[in-house]
Design a protein around this ligand. Structure first.
Ligand code: SF4
Length: 456
């Protein structure tokens, strides 16, 4: 029996390595309406504000990829993107006011995500940058600024604006260089268009190019996966993200979903290992299960790991904000009809509405420790127990999560036995099983809230 099929204690059946992608903890499905609608100025009063992260969310895409459960809608009727930016500006003003003037407010990183930020026109992207700079006070040219784009919307005029305004990292959602696979993932695109977009990104001179690829697509073979990887490597991207395909409820592919599929799990694990080894052999180092960075790439500073630290200001109707004690956002949905309703509600809000947190989850000491463990352990460099001790009153991960760590060690996922080390680090097999490890560290309360969440 391989680790891929070993049962998880307390559950029946084999443990799929693909439980869920834990990119933020707790997940938004554990958020609930906050009955007291706390005021942002009170929430942020005692928070450190000298190294905040800023995230602006643009919830529009030209198509809805079959695997995507992000908060985004297809297209925008006339005037909606302008109205959305108006609302973003109102929100930015209200949030900036709530942060106060008593102490300096400084943003250490910035990111535009989505959706597809480059769904906006070049002029609208200028406005987006103005909101970040003039309303929020972020110095975009002085900090790492990461922007997501799709091949079709990565046009020269938009990239020109982004480069001129200080973008340091452009992440292109390619998914596959194979036209048939792209269609199978419900992301129809032609390879020639993808290559042309990559050329435009390189011409724009943005220092870091990231390419997203997906494995586990229907019909994908080891050979076709290697072809996609080589096509990406030909652009010498500073970063590559390799994502396992997930089929999630209410997504385009999810309508065809049905139960567990050990053969698909095995295919994804095989392609993962192949992709990992291929990149390691081509001058990349592994940062996490998904992320690979060229060893000679310029230092970037901000990545998805940084986005999960405390002190995040998210603007836009799908963005999260984090204080040490509360994670909050607006309502969440995956279904297209509900998403449209939430965006319409967002654009119609008066400025005063943005001075409150509406949906969220309180983070107590236990959740803070879990979050720290999760976001550190799932990185290839691991968790330094000294950092944990310094942050959590002298306690160690083994004091708080001994049972879980012993379990991971027994499965061969953790270097050492998980109790005595100054560094907790996943083995290569542990990294391969990151999407099983993450959900096992969820608290019972978060697990229950996620299970009780009604999908819409
Ligand atoms: S994967 Fe990206 S481009 Fe595709 S629908 Fe989701 S947010 Fe839009």
């Amino acid at each position: 029996m391989t680790t891929a099929t070993r049962p998880v204690p307390g559950t029946s059946g084999p443990a799929s390595p693909y439980q869920s992608y834990v990119y933020a903890y707790p997940h938004k499905t554990a958020y609930r309406k906050l009955p007291d609608r706390p005021r942002l100025d009170a929430l942020w009063a005692a928070e450190p504000k000298d190294a905040l992260s800023l995230y602006l969310h643009i919830p529009f895409c030209e198509v809805r990829c079959g695997f995507c459960n992000l908060f985004t809608r297809i297209g925008a009727p006339d005037g909606l993107t302008g109205a959305y930016l108006d609302a973003l500006e109102r929100q930015a003003s209200a949030v900036r006011e709530a942060l106060g003037e008593r102490e300096p407010v400084r943003f250490a990183t910035a990111a535009f995500g989505g959706g597809t930020p480059t769904f906006l026109t070049a002029a609208e992207l200028e406005r987006l940058c103005d909101i970040a700079e003039h309303r929020m006070g972020a110095d975009l040219r002085a900090v790492p600024l990461s922007v997501e784009a799709s091949p079709a919307t990565a046009t020269a005029d938009r990239l020109g604006v982004l480069a001129a305004r200080g973008t340091t990292r452009l992440s292109l959602g390619v998914q596959s260089f194979d036209d048939t696979e792209a269609r199978a993932a419900v992301r129809p695109q032609r390879r020639a268009d993808v290559e042309a977009a990559l050329a435009r990104v390189r011409d724009a001179g943005i220092p870091v190019l990231n390419i997203d690829l997906i494995y586990g697509i229907d019909g994908q073979t080891e050979r076709s996966w290697l072809r996609s990887l080589d096509a990406a490597l030909a652009w010498h991207p500073e970063e590559l993200y390799l994502y396992p395909l997930y089929i999630r409820p209410l997504t385009g592919l999810g309508r065809r979903a049905g139960g567990t599929d050990p053969a698909w799990d095995a295919q994804r694990l095989r392609l993962y290992r192949l992709g990992r080894d291929h990149l390691l052999a081509h001058g990349y180092e592994q940062q996490s299960m998904r992320m690979f960075r060229r060893t000679d790439a310029p230092p970037q500073g901000a990545d998805d790991y940084a986005c999960q630290t405390d002190g995040m200001i998210g603007l836009g109707c799908g963005a999260r904000s984090y204080t040490a004690a509360l994670h909050y956002s607006f309502d969440y949905a995956v279904g297209m009809h509900e998403i449209r309703g939430i965006i319409d509600d967002y654009v119609s809000r008066p400025a005063a509405d943005f001075a409150h947190a509406e949906y969220g989850r309180r983070i107590d000491a236990d959740e803070a420790r879990r979050r720290h463990l999760l976001q550190s352990l799932l990185q290839a460099e691991g968790l330094r127990t000294d950092d944990y001790r310094a942050r959590f009153d002298g306690r160690t991960p083994a004091d708080d999560f001994g049972a879980e760590l012993s379990r991971f060690a027994a499965r061969g996922w953790l270097a050492g036995d998980g109790t005595d080390s100054t560094l907790l680090r996943l083995t290569p097999e542990g990294l391969a099983h990151s999407d099983a490890i993450g959900p096992e560290l969820f608290s019972p309360a978060v697990r229950a809230a996620m299970a009780a969440y009604e999908r819409k």
